[in-house]
Design a protein around this ligand. Structure first.
Ligand SMILES: [Zn+2]
Length: 509
């Protein structure tokens, strides 16, 4: 049995608003009359089109779809339906410290987390940060997130992270790491192996697994080799911060390459501050970059390397890195990535007295990076990343009738990249399940996250003490030398309507 589309049909009760029960009962769902960014290989954009979700999959995309009786209809008129976005690198545990490091550089981040206070995080603190970050992700239409979880000091910490990710109805990848120990140490323990085999069965595309560690240039005998061998043995990808100014360099890339550990599943986070030789090695081995433009612009890993990645034909995905500084939504990532690429192009051209007349990087490209780029990087391209029949249903509707920003929609890619915001995320479907509708999250997890994070903040504040807590948030500001201004040696005399007080300084000396 099928039913033709009708504008007022809402799950068999014409004219009635959909209730949470309508959306969570397992009935098919259809988005009606949207601008649909399929993000398929040809980047088809459909107007006035529908997307049908049956069970956990997308079953049809097109205009005037016939749908099964009892299908819940979501009126997407005026909105944009796109694939759920994918973040390939986020330190979700740090969301418990949201915004604390807004004025940090990478140096201050390292001192605070690696040397001073990172060790203070207990399993429940990892849980709290992960839970909030996971909820934040799905609220922003980020349906798949890699939790770059590099403070798993014990397996109990790791259990806490996995628990949080499994409690939130998003798609996640736990990237296991531990900055408090060497990767060849933590990855060699039986507890680690046991954790992986207990919690990560093959074939679960809702919770994947990676190993997360870096290769600093400290030791030419490449002790990280043992950790790479564990990853190879387990058949799991490695994600690594690569090309971070004076932290991870070309040496790490060369060692990985010479030992045969650069593979198509390897993700190179930032991938800035590298030589052409390193980019060639990444490209030749099929690896993917995870670009965190807001992070690179502000923390100092190196200039967001979009032009290098373009010239070396390295596939790109996007990420937000950490909410200790930045937001956790990929609208910001798309916007800042376009801005960084274009501003560099203009700046360098102006230095040559030239004018850029055509941009290399387009809005369409960053929308692709925020969706397909992520699914390809994570080996999930047969599962998610585009709106095509047969794929799992990770679907986002951008629509906000109360917003002056959501019309007119003339250039849908440009609208997603430069106009839309988190508040315009109307409906989110993950794996066929509606998790947000009419701008509101379904379920009651936010309250639990709020309580868990409050306990963590109270505990950490107590550990640090008031002085260190405030000092950590407010790094010293370098002195700014204000330049002499040759136009300020006279003052305006209103009575005589003239400049008075002596001649302007001699400019010839
Ligand atoms: Zn990072």
């Amino acid at each position: 049995m099928t039913a033709a589309p009708s504008p007022d049909q809402t799950g068999g009760r014409p004219g009635a608003a959909l209730t949470a029960a309508d959306l969570t009962s397992g009935r098919p769902i259809v988005f009606r009359n949207a601008t649909v960014l399929t993000m398929d290989d040809a980047h088809h954009v459909l107007h006035g089109a529908d997307v049908l979700v049956t069970g956990d999959r997308i079953t049809a995309v097109g205009s005037g779809l016939q749908v099964p009786d009892g299908t819940a209809e979501i009126d997407a008129t005026g909105g944009i339906v796109m694939p759920g976005m994918i973040d390939t690198h986020r330190h979700m545990w740090q969301t418990a410290m949201r915004g604390y490091g807004a004025d940090w550089t990478l140096t201050q981040y390292f001192v605070w987390n690696y040397l001073q206070w990172g060790k203070s995080f207990r399993p429940q603190d990892i849980y709290a940060g992960d839970l909030l970050s996971a909820i934040e992700a799905i609220d922003a239409g980020v349906t798949t997130s890699v939790d770059w979880s590099h403070n798993l000091q014990t397996v109990d910490h790791a259990e806490a992270a996995a628990d949080a990710l499994q409690e939130v109805p998003g798609r996640f990848v736990l990237a296991y790491g531990n900055i408090q120990a060497a990767p060849w140490e933590w990855s060699a323990t039986p507890e680690f192996r046991d954790f992986v085999s207990r919690r990560f069965s093959g074939g679960n595309d809702m919770l994947g697994f990676q190993m997360a560690f870096d290769v600093p240039p400290a030791s030419p005998d490449f002790p990280e080799k043992a950790a790479f061998e564990v990853a190879r043995d387990l058949g799991v990808p490695v994600t690594t911060h690569a090309g971070v100014w004076k932290v991870t360099t070309d040496d790490g890339i060369r060692l990985m390459h010479e030992h045969g550990f650069m593979t198509p599943s390897t993700i190179y986070v930032h991938a800035a501050s590298l030589s052409p030789d390193s980019y060639h090695r990444i490209a030749a081995t099929g690896g993917h970059a995870s670009l965190s433009t807001e992070s690179e612009q502000s923390a100092g890993q190196g200039y967001p390397p979009t032009w290098q990645l373009r010239e070396h034909s390295i596939p790109v995905s996007l990420s937000m890195d950490t909410s200790v500084w930045w937001s956790g939504d990929l609208f910001s990532a798309m916007r800042s990535t376009l801005g960084a690429d274009r501003s560099r192009e203009h700046l360098e051209a102006h230095a040559r007295q030239e004018t850029i007349t055509h941009h290399h990087l387009r809005a369409e490209q960053v929308v692709d990076w925020a969706t397909r780029g992520g699914s390809k990087a994570l080996g999930l391209d047969s599962v998610t990343g585009s709106l095509e029949p047969g794929k799992k249903a990770d679907v986002v509707l951008l629509k906000n009738d109360a917003s002056p920003v959501m019309f007119p929609v003339l250039n849908p890619y440009g609208h997603v990249a430069f106009q839309a915001q988190r508040g315009d995320v109307h409906t989110v479907v993950v794996n066929g399940r509606v998790v947000k509708h009419e701008g509101r999250l379904l379920g009651d997890q936010l309250g639990r996250a709020r309580e868990a994070v409050a306990r963590t903040v109270e505990y950490l504040q107590g550990r640090l003490g008031d002085e260190a807590w405030v000092a950590g948030m407010h790094p010293e500001i370098p002195e700014t030398k204000v330049l002499d201004n040759p136009y300020t040696y006279t003052t305006w005399d209103a009575g005589s309507a003239q400049w008075k007080g002596g001649a302007a300084p001699d400019q010839s000396s």
